[in-house]
Design a protein around this ligand. Structure first.
Ligand SMILES: [Zn+2]
Length: 529
């Protein structure tokens, strides 16, 4: 048995069944191309018979030449008591015109007799007939054995017979599904091992996360001989979600010696996860293993000191292997050494005894006293350091802005903003609408700067958090605004504090844009050298 594990992504099918997910056809095509580029082996994208959106997707997907992935359509076995060719649902799957067909069927006797209400024998015929129908039409056929583990625990003989029926129909892979997500890793290990011993057809795993063990179950299955793993790239799916493929791929391909992706693609895991979250319009869980922003973030002084001496003292892998970034969180506890590390990123010649080091520490303390917190807002902190070091020049100057709110909102937008800025002596005045004052201000500022800095076009805000910091003072309370921005690749966070929420947002917004422009400038200088 080799080390190649086929990766099967179902973000567009099982993932689309998650609460809060709604893909347009364009979104689906973008994810298809992204995962193909990434080197995923199979991409499952629904059933053309179930809705017109899927039909349109498959029609448009035909014009995309996939470099690596094979596209799969998904559907159930034929209904009881009819021929496969007379079943509309079976026929409709052919409309997808995909090289791969995934058929799911029943392995749990209770589901056969009580849910679809047919005989145990007829269910076996339904499985083998349906698979044979697609095999006769030249398809690669993957069989998803629904509720396999529950079925096996209830009636192992029948569960095995259901897989044999799939083999008789010509199945190219037998995928054991933990549909209800209730199976323990020890059970998965035992059952997968048995099935690998019984069948010569490759065994796969499809796990759900209802017990928080979908990744563990998938890894267990592979360690016991499964060579095909189904899941969704960032883990969304029915109820608590599907097995998270970004975690599984990193575990199997980076930490263990399995081959899941082309060798140069492991470094893109974080980027692909972020990109899928952005297309799907969900916030990536920042505590996700490997790909979350917290995955390599250190806060405790001892941890930071340890990592500086030897990274593996507090990191299980080198973050570069998955395209992650080590972060040292700013806080009062993390100490002088930590601040020096940050200063060295800007100017490596500064020492701990330099007067400017003291002035930076003093400024940091003042700002913390005002209500700033730099933990998770390293971009603003870098700008503070630059200002103290005299390595900062503003990219634009604000003339003034004015925000007008309308209640109730007139049409889509309830706010508009007018802004005047000056860049290198040139004034620019623009206006924009938004669905709130900060949104309107952000759009107006970006529009005003577009003429001078067209690179800002792909920057957008991904998160906006407001926290009241001294609640005792009632209306005089200060607010801290944290803004997270992205250009599609990098993610950075900035912070602003004021008694006025618009002012606090403005401070964070200016830092966000200046930070991006600063990084662009640095990249240009690096190329020029
Ligand atoms: Zn599922």
């Amino acid at each position: 048995m080799g080390n190649k594990v086929a990766i099967f992504d179902s973000s567009l099918r099982d993932g689309a069944q998650a609460e809060g997910i709604s893909f347009s056809v364009d979104d689906k095509l973008k994810i298809l191309e992204l995962l193909d580029e990434h080197g995923v082996d199979y991409i499952e994208a629904g059933n053309p018979g179930s809705n017109p959106k899927d039909l349109e997707f498959f029609a448009r997907a035909r014009s995309i030449v996939l470099k690596h992935a094979r596209l799969a359509a998904f559907g159930s076995t034929r209904r009881r008591g009819i021929q496969a060719e007379s079943d509309d649902n079976v026929q409709s799957m052919l409309l997808a015109d995909t090289p791969v067909i995934v058929i799911f069927g029943k392995s749990w006797d209770f589901h056969v007799t009580d849910i679809i209400r047919t005989t145990l024998d007829e269910n076996l015929n339904m499985i083998s007939d349906t698979l044979a129908f697609f095999k006769a039409r030249g398809k690669e056929v993957i069989y998803d054995a629904e509720h396999f583990f529950d079925g096996y625990k209830n009636n192992p003989d029948y569960a095995v017979k259901s897989l044999q029926a799939a083999v008789d129909g010509g199945a190219d892979c037998l995928v054991l599904c933990d549909t209800n997500g209730g199976t323990f890793p020890s059970e998965v290990a035992k059952i997968v091992k048995r099935m690998v011993a019984v069948f010569s057809v490759p065994i796969g795993i499809h796990a759900h996360n209802d017990c928080g063990m979908a990744v563990a179950n998938s890894v267990m299955a592979v360690e016991n001989g499964a060579r095909h793993v189904q899941g969704t790239y960032i883990g969304f799916g029915e109820r608590c979600g599907n097995a998270n493929l970004s975690t599984i791929i990193a575990n199997l391909g980076v930490k263990a010696n399995f081959d899941c992706l082309p060798a140069d693609q492991y470094r893109n895991i974080t980027r692909v996860a972020r990109h899928i979250a952005a297309i799907s319009n969900v916030a990536l869980n920042e505590r996700d293993p490997f790909v979350g922003n917290c995955a390599f973030a250190h806060k405790g002084g001892m941890h930071i000191d340890g990592v500086n001496k030897a990274a593996h003292s507090f990191e299980h892998i080198n973050p570069d292997l998955v395209g992650g970034q080590r972060r040292f969180l700013m806080s009062e506890v993390s100490g002088r050494r930590m601040i020096l590390e940050k200063i060295w990123e800007v100017d490596a010649s500064i020492t701990k005894d330099d007067a400017v080091t003291d002035s930076i520490i003093k400024r940091l303390k003042e700002l913390e006293h005002e209500g700033y917190q730099f933990e998770g807002a390293e971009s603003t902190f870098e700008l503070v350091i630059r200002k103290q070091l005299g390595k900062y020049r503003p990219f634009f100057e604000l003339g003034h802005f004015r925000i007008i709110g309308e209640h109730p909102a007139n049409g889509d937008y309830g706010s508009s903003a007018i802004i005047k800025v000056k860049v290198d002596g040139t004034d620019e005045i623009t206006a924009a609408e938004g669905d709130g004052p900060v949104h309107a201000l952000d759009r107006a500022l970006r529009k005003a700067l577009d003429k001078f800095y067209p690179e800002l076009a792909n920057v957008h805000l991904t998160d906006y958090k407001v926290r009241v910091i001294n609640g005792k003072d009632a209306t005089a309370a200060k607010v801290r605004v944290l803004l997270q921005s992205t250009d599609g690749d990098a993610v950075w966070t900035t912070v602003g504090v004021s008694t006025d929420i618009i002012e606090a947002s403005w401070i964070a917004l200016v830092d966000s844009i200046e930070y991006k422009l600063l990084k662009l400038e640095e990249a240009k200088v690096a190329v020029a050298h």
